[in-house]
Design a protein around this ligand. Structure first.
Ligand code: FAD
Ligand code: NDP
Ligand code: 3IO
Length: 384
């Protein structure tokens, strides 16, 4: 099977969906290929029950469609899924599900992108041909679990944060959460609420803020330089939480918004975990050195028993596995080589949406930029 279109979009998460919607509004034909049997699979299948958007709704709204007026400031996971599903039908986005893209290359002779996708229903490899290619497979495409000495011998349960739903099945268990990003911190909190003995591993310095502080910061960023806003954030964090280094949490030298832009590090938005750490409900531990059948050894030589280990150690992009020609867009980690705002466009009509480390707001900007650029190029071609 071979299908020709103008734009081939890979991935039906928010980035692919919004790009397709923006192209539809400009009447530019496009096809969206998605490996799962639904759109927004990260939200529908790979996130925990108590998840809410961390940023206030005005910073998570997708282009041309506000959240319903009765939506709470911090939208729930199900509220966001509902909003995205409405978005998809309103803008007539029609992803082709169960298509795993295995290769994409630029044919110089044809001047077109050739995309090979395995149809999981028929087992056939289908070919999609487009003048433009949009990579929207995301920063969270694949789970990352670090190598840990002895992990294979561990007899308890091991899972990645994307497989965690709630602490319901873990009450009275000793659970170790590895990684203190937003997933790890919230999962440790949830586990403790459900009666598990939760511990969390922390390694490098991390910023801890409240969602209200981030909301203020996002608003201030519209008027003030990042340095200034970061100083306000760090001052408010110190006032609220005091010196967290006594609990094992060091503060990075660079500010939270600077770090979010420059590296993949998102500040931790505390949901109540810090209080539980301060009152001893959640134990903080240093890096793991070794795992045995039912014990874990830490850098400070402590050895503790655990029934369950949850790796909240983040994700990886998978672009480099299937993208043969990248038009100079990506580095070896499958992330953009150029920094924002010049990260989204490569050579020969390739673009990326959703790789700006700026959440849903960044995705909306990428999608609008890409659709407008494609439209401009098509208009220029038509007039010559
Ligand atoms: C738990 C969690 C909570 C978050 N909360 C917020 C928040 O509150 N506010 C905010 O602004 N941001 C948030 N983010 C960050 C970001 O907005 C989301 O990750 C968002 O879903 C990213 O959208 P995306 O379309 O770029 O990627 P994804 O949602 O990951 O979508 C990519 C899609 O591509 C598909 N795909 C991947 N590889 C292939 C392939 N080879 N072939 C076909 N399809 C493929 C995947 O199945 C997936 O459906 C959160 C992230 C996570 C992990
Ligand atoms: N409600 C919301 O809006 C939520 C949003 N998110 C977002 O989703 C994205 C992914 O978050 P998350 O899943 O937390 O992943 P992150 O990549 O943000 O965090 C991964 C964590 O794992 C740690 N880690 C990695 N390897 C090791 C190791 N070998 N030993 C110890 N620690 C290790 C990292 O620490 P180190 O710094 O030392 O490398 C880091 O603290 C983020 O942008 C986050 O903000 C997530 C949950 C909820
Ligand atoms: O939670 C995420 O991963 C996000 O990307 C949301 C987000 C975008 N910009 C921010 C700045 C500070 C904290 C969270 C975010």
């Amino acid at each position: 099977m071979k299908q020709e279109t103008v734009v081939v979009i890979i991935g039906a998460g928010p980035a692919g969906v919004v790009t397709s919607a923006c192209l539809n509004l400009l009447s530019v034909p496009n096809v969206v290929l998605e490996r799962e049997d639904c759109s927004a699979s990260l939200w529908k299948k790979r996130s925990y029950d108590r998840l809410k958007l961390h940023l206030a709704k005005q910073f998570c709204e997708l282009p041309y469609m506000p959240f319903p007026s009765d939506a709470p400031t911090f939208v729930t996971k199900n509220g966001f899924i509902q909003y995205l599903d409405n978005y998809i039908s309103h803008f007539n986005v029609n992803p082709l599900h169960r298509r795993i893209v295995e290769s994409a290359s630029f044919d110089v002779r044809l001047g077109k992108w050739l995309v090979g996708a395995k149809n999981m229903l028929s087992n056939e490899v289908e070919e999609y041909v487009g003048s433009f290619l949009v990579v929207a497979t995301g920063e969270n495409s694949e789970c990352f679990i670090p190598e840990v000495s002895g992990l294979d011998s561990f007899k308890g349960k091991k899972l990645h944060s994307s497989q965690y739903k709630s602490g319901k099945n873990f009450s009275d268990k000793d659970v170790l959460v590895v990684g203190c990003g937003n997933s790890g911190m919230e999962i440790a909190y949830d586990l403790s609420n459900w009666g598990a003995q939760a511990s969390i591993v922390t390694r490098n310095p991390v910023h801890v803020l409240t969602k209200e502080m981030v909301q203020l910061g996002m608003t201030l960023l519209k008027f003030m330089p990042c340095d200034y806003v970061d100083n306000v954030m760090m001052m408010l964090s110190k006032l609220k939480y005091g010196d967290l280094s006594v609990y094992g949490f060091r503060r990075p030298a660079k500010g939270p918004f600077y770090q979010k832009r420059a590296t993949s590090q998102t500040p931790v938005i505390d949901v109540g975990t810090i209080d539980k750490i301060k009152n001893g409900d959640i134990q903080v531990l240093p890096s793991i050195t070794k795992v045995t059948e039912d014990m874990v050894e830490f850098q400070d030589r402590r050895v503790n028993h655990f029934d369950v280990v949850i790796f909240a150690t983040g994700y990886k992009s998978t672009v480099q596995k299937w993208l043969k020609d990248d038009g100079g867009l990506f580095n070896e980690d499958g992330m953009p080589k150029k920094s924002t705002p010049n990260h989204w466009k490569g050579e020969n009509g390739i673009y990326c949406a959703g790789f700006s480390r700026a959440g849903l707001l960044g995705i909306s900007n990428d999608a609008k930029n890409i659709a407008n650029d494609v439209y401009r190029i098509l208009c220029e071609k038509r007039s010559t």
